[in-house]
Design a protein around this ligand. Structure first.
Ligand code: HEC
Length: 167
């Protein structure tokens, strides 16, 4: 019996890990989401995918700044994207999309338990992303360095309190 069930169980937990940890084809919200409103699952999927895009864009900016001859256009495109998305983050966490609701997500229940603190973290990010994009569009490289620091601080500030620390 055990010899049959062990690999099966291992397969299941791999599927669960893939659900938000980078598996591209996993169903939004994963297994546990069967009874959740599809409209809410769509928002969960959007926040997951857009966060990854924000992560990629921010990495582009940092990598370009490290390069000897940074591609300012790539930096401007990435910074504009981050600013645009920063104004939407506050819409991605409606009631019913917490892990406490059975949603498979790295968002922590603290988002819904401490809404004022979460709103403050979103506002801090919006401010930082606006400075980041302003610096990028102006091409002022020294302002850009400071704005990257500020933005990185805003990502970390929110992740520390409101995102599961598993990646
Ligand atoms: C206001 C809060 C907040 C801010 C600000 C924020 N994040 Fe996130 N981020 C989250 C939460 C919550 C999740 C988990 C989402 C989920 O699993 O549903 C997440 C997930 C991610 C992920 C993993 C994608 C995923 O869903 O598994 C990456 C990459 C990421 N964030 C990068 C960034 C970067 C880079 C910044 C700053 C430029 C940033 N985030 C700013 C809250 C935030």
């Amino acid at each position: 019996m055990t010899a049959i069930w062990k690999p099966f169980a291992a397969g299941l937990s791999l599927f669960a890990l893939a659900a938000c940890g980078g598996g591209e084809d996993a169903a939004p919200g994963g297994d546990a989401a069967a009874n959740i409103d599809p409209a809410l699952l769509e928002i969960v999927e959007t926040r997951h995918e857009t966060m990854e895009e924000i992560g990629d864009s921010f990495k582009t900016i940092r990598d370009e700044l490290k390069a000897g001859d940074p591609d300012i256009e790539a930096i401007q495109t990435a910074a504009a994207y981050i600013e645009e998305q920063s104004t939407k983050v506050g819409d991605w966490f409606p009631e019913g999309t917490s892990p406490a609701d059975g949603v498979d997500t790295d968002a922590l229940a603290t988002i819904w338990e401490r809404p004022d603190d979460f709103d403050a973290a979103v506002a801090q990010f919006e401010t930082a992303a606006a400075s980041l994009n302003a610096a990028a569009q102006s091409g002022d490289m020294s302002a850009l360095g400071g704005a990257v620091q500020e933005t990185g601080g805003a990502c970390k500030n929110c992740h520390d309190d409101f995102r599961a620390d598993d990646d």
